[in-house]
Ligand binder design. Sequence first.
Ligand SMILES: NC(=O)c1ccc[n+]([C@@H]2O[C@H](COP(=O)([O-])OP(=O)(O)OC[C@H]3O[C@@H](n4cnc5c(N)ncnc54)[C@H](O)[C@@H]3O)[C@@H](O)[C@H]2O)c1
Length: 255
Amino acid sequence: MAFEFDGKVVLVTGAASGIGLAIARQFLGAGATVVATDIDAAALAAIEVEPDVAARWVTRQLDAGSAPAIGEGIAWIELQHGRLDALINNAGLARLQSIAELSEDAIDLQFNVLLKGPMLAARAALPMLERSGGCIVNIASIAAVIQAAGHACYSACKAGLVKFTHDLVKEHPGVRSNVILPGFIDTPILRAYGEGEALETIKRELATHIPLRRLGRADDIADAVLYLCSPYASYISGAELVVDGGVISTTLENM
Ligand SMILES: NC(=O)c1ccc[n+]([C@@H]2O[C@H](COP(=O)([O-])OP(=O)(O)OC[C@H]3O[C@@H](n4cnc5c(N)ncnc54)[C@H](O)[C@@H]3O)[C@@H](O)[C@H]2O)c1
């Protein structure tokens, strides 16, 4: 299945690493103009793209948890490009703490980036998306629907993002909004579990519990995002697409 996004403008948050970078690269390869944003300006600047697509690769530092930055970033897209066809709310981080140890700073940080930011980005982008018949893809997590130690705040924010996606559909039916629930995807965010060889051991152990016997790749999620933004998904709105190699089914099996 080849997707074509010629002439379309796509905004990806958290595009300097992992899943966001894979999404941004796939849209670029499919002909879109990609506004790749991240809080980490140096990591964004270090990304190399082929000369023949460089004119469609636009980078901008944007803190996806900051209301003023989101407002300015989306106003800038309207001024520079005059349109927006897809908003991909992907930026994320994890601060794993038990509920007993949960700090207010960790709650604020995760809430701002994982839930408040996507809400504000959607609110700001909706007028342009309504004009273009565009779409929103929110990147949540299977943590929204399963319990995992130390994930309480992260999980609650992701569950909120799933719920918010359905409200988007109800209040803005002209914009297809969908949410993806990734499982364990091999990206730098997994450093929340450990570093170096210890992390590699955790990943190998995790893979044995995944029905498809491997961690996901960033491109597994990017494939799903491009599908949801493509004409092949023109009747899909309000979908919760689990991309987890079967983890959730295994969890149910053990109940
Ligand atoms: N990797 C997984 O196993 C997994 C599983 C489920 C969900 N997710 C979700 O996927 C999304 C992408 O995560 P990833 O795995 O690619 O992680 P990653 O750490 O590789 O990338 C996250 C990116 O978000 C950026 N970011 C963090 N805070 C930001 C902010 N305030 N503003 C803008 N950018 C910011 C980081 O700089 C980084 O480039 C996240 O929302 C994450 O919660 C990941």
